[in-house]
Design a binder for this molecule. Structure first.
Ligand code: ADP
Ligand code: MG
Length: 477
């Protein structure tokens, strides 16, 4: 008569009970549920990954011995690991893994050598190249020092700093840094990794791109070594996964990440993730994973403002021992508004061009080189743009500029704006007048004349106008 899984397991327990201390039996064997017997393979369900690991480490001999007594020498054990107990919406998630210890058994009748578990394979190690320690895969050039803080990244940077000092113990777990390409996500999370290593030398830090993780997972899955894969990642203290948007639709890899995430989070390990979108907007990623991403802190990164861009360029040039005229740096900072990677790219292209052509870097060269970076080489400048620039410059609210007032500073600002609009746009005097609360063309003519006169007589006034002209010019390039 065929034995059932219940019966087989009951018999095993009968033996185990006599061998294992009562307390241990209660803790490690009572929670196990036999679920299936297929041929000589018994599957038992265990409540967690940790549970499974514990059994494999401490009781594999015993389990093998008793099971072989029941089913013969080909007996094997498989575990069904509960990864998530589920809820109303989601079924409980389980993962089947073969008992590792069993595989290493020799099949010599009932002879049970002492089992040494296979050491976990490190997916980063190329076979044949033995490496005992886990390399963090971090690039040491990325540091907090070289990461300029601005409004655009303040929250993310500070949270990162905190996490680096106290990994796994703050509420920023996971720390999710999100934002568009080239805004510094990789730099920041790598800086966190490097900083952790500096403060906590014993912690195992690992940086991995999502693509790499997914590839590794698929390789391991082909070789029936998912267990090794997951186990490896569960040994990490600070796990950094870059660009999780690439998990999009990689369902099986998401399951693995989920198992790893849970294990690490439960054991107080730090998770750091980056993504091109906020976790709530990520598509093709399981909700249960997203909900965990939201457990900690999600901080976004944006394009740095002009001043921060200047700081980034300055710092970069100082680090590399470079110099170039201030107006050129300003020109780059002003015109590259897409992302920091392009900002750096523009700087590098400019340096390359200058050294290739043995030519000094000046504004003219910069304009030539940056033509590829700047969207339209000659932007149409509008009256509104000039109005805003003048208001910014004089620190005036926009509405004030259009008001009917005799207040000198406002009158002057308005006159300068008209003068610049005449100089830098193709609009008629009539149109310009209309943009200033419906004034007529004679007012515009009068304003332009006044500005010219004042520039001839008032040095300070002239300075302001010249500076504004430069700004408008930059914006128009
Ligand atoms: P992302 O991962 O968001 O696509 P990266 O981290 O690769 O962006 O950043 C692109 C480049 O810009 C890198 O060379 C990085 O060093 C630089 N960078 C981005 N933000 C900053 C910053 N705030 N300060 C200094 N360099 C930055
Ligand atoms: Mg990146």
């Amino acid at each position: 008569m065929d034995k059932t899984h219940d019966k087989v397991w009951l018999n095993c327990l009968g033996i185990i009970k006599d061998i294992v201390e009562w307390q241990h039996f209660k803790t490690w064997f009572e929670p196990i549920k036999p679920v299936e017997l297929k041929g000589k393979v018994l599957t038992i369900q265990v409540p967690s990954q940790f549970f499974y690991e514990y059994l494999e480490e401490h009781y594999v001999n015993l389990l093998a011995k008793t099971l072989k007594r029941e089913l013969g020498k080909d007996a094997r054990l498989e575990y069904r690991i509960m990864v998530d107990s589920g809820n109303d919406k989601n079924k409980p998630l389980t993962m089947d893994v073969p008992g590792q210890g069993f595989k290493t058994y020799s099949n010599n009748e009932m002879d049970f050598p002492l089992v040494i578990n296979n050491p976990v394979k490190n997916p980063f190690v190329i076979p044949g190249l033995k490496k005992m320690q886990i390399d963090s895969q971090l690039n040491p050039i990325y540091s907090f020092d070289t990461f300029i803080e601005g409004d655009c990244n303040r929250v993310a940077r500070r949270a990162g700093k905190t996490v680096a000092e106290k990994p796994g113990t703050t509420s920023f777990n996971p720390l999710v840094v999100y934002g568009g390409v080239g805004l510094g996500k990789t730099h920041l999370v790598q800086a966190i990794g490097n900083e952790v290593k500096r403060h906590h030398a014993h912690k195992v830090v690992l940086y991995v791109s999502s693509e790499k993780f997914i590839n590794q997972f698929q390789d391991h899955s082909r070789n029936n070594a998912i267990n090794d894969f997951i186990h490896f990642y569960q040994m990490i203290d600070v796990l950094i996964v870059d660009d999780v948007q690439f998990f999009n639709r990689a369902e099986k890899s998401q399951d693995a990440l989920f198992a790893i995430f849970n294990h690490l989070h439960q054991s107080g390990k730090q998770l750091i993730l980056t993504s091109d979108k906020s976790p709530k907007d990520l598509e093709g990623v399981q909700e249960r994973l997203l909900s965990r991403f939201r457990w900690g802190l999600s901080a976004d990164m944006q394009m740095p403002d002009y001043d921060t861009r200047m700081d980034i360029l300055d710092k970069k040039m100082r680090n590399d021992g470079l110099e170039m005229p201030k107006e050129v740096v300003k020109y780059i900072a002003y015109n590259i508004q897409s992302n920091v990677r392009e900002l750096e790219g523009a700087l590098i292209s400019l340096l390359a061009q200058s050294s290739l052509n043995k030519r000094e870097i000046d504004l003219e060269l910069a304009k030539k080189v940056l033509r590829n970076f700047v969207k339209s080489s000659s932007r149409e400048i509008t009256i509104e743009t000039i109005q805003k620039m003048v208001c910014d410059y004089f620190n005036l609210p926009y509405e004030r500029l259009l008001q009917k007032t005799r207040k000198r500073e406002i009158v002057q600002a308005r006159q300068i704006t008209m003068y610049l609009a005449k100089q830098f746009t193709k609009n008629s005097l009539k149109t310009i007048g209309e943009h200033f609360g419906g004034r007529d063309h004679t007012t515009v003519i009068h304003s332009c004349q006044t500005v010219k006169d004042l520039m001839d007589t008032d040095g300070l006034f002239k300075e302001s106008v010249v500076e504004l002209q430069q700004k408008v010019q930059l914006a128009a390039m």
